[in-house]
Design a protein around this ligand. Structure first.
Ligand code: SF4
Length: 191
């Protein structure tokens, strides 16, 4: 990572974060993992993803910071965009809300910068994540370190780790809207 000083890495889930965390750990990077994901629905799913992420951090001795789980606030803010498709305006706001909160935490707690794995999955638009991060960074004054978690063998490393560690790997992004979309596809695969 190009920035000096301790980095706070926002993770959405262990399957997206595993290869990036392993690489940072092996590179000797100074970092901690933050879990701020009020988008995840329902609460039992949130707990499952959080616990899986925490287990990874324990495995590699990485500090793990869980921020508040406040889905009511997330739902209220994203409600105007509830009918947006995945990768649309709701997702831009979702990325920005989470990144801004983690940047505020980073600023208050002596971190030099924030990074995230929000754009690691092939279902995500990395440019959209980086644009949301740039807005949150401009608002908070906290630098954002862009992470490329797919190229240079990272995607293969990620898939291998998911298998090797038997990580819980969910089939929807996280929010109630993405869950509903997956359920609808299952019911009617031809649609
Ligand atoms: S689909 Fe994923 S990124 Fe988009 S709003 Fe839902 S949880 Fe957030």
């Amino acid at each position: 990572m190009p920035t000096s000083g301790k980095i706070l890495l926002l993770s959405c889930c262990a399957p997206c974060a595993c290869a990036v965390i392993k690489k940072l750990h092996e590179d000797g990077a100074d970092f901690a993992v933050a879990f701020y994901n009020p988008n995840i629905h329902p609460a039992a799913e949130y707990a499952k993803r959080r616990d899986e992420q925490q287990k990874l951090c324990v495995r590699w001795h990485i500090p793990f910071i869980e921020l508040e789980y406040d889905p009511e606030n997330w739902l209220k803010q994203t409600l105007p965009y509830k009918d947006e498709p995945e990768r649309g305006a709701r997702c831009s706001l979702c990325f920005e809300l989470r990144l801004r909160r983690v940047m505020e935490y980073a600023k208050a707690n002596g971190f030099a910068a924030v990074a995230s794995v929000l754009g690691v999955s092939r279902w995500k638009n990395l440019a959209q994540v980086n644009a949301a991060a740039a807005r949150a960074s401009a608002d908070t004054g906290v630098p954002y370190v862009e992470i490329e978690g797919r190229k240079h063998g990272m995607q293969e490393a990620r898939l291998a780790l998911i298998k090797e560690l038997g990580l819980y790997n969910q089939d929807y992004c996280g929010c109630v809207y993405s869950e509903a979309a997956v359920l609808a596809r299952r019911k009617n695969p031809a649609a």
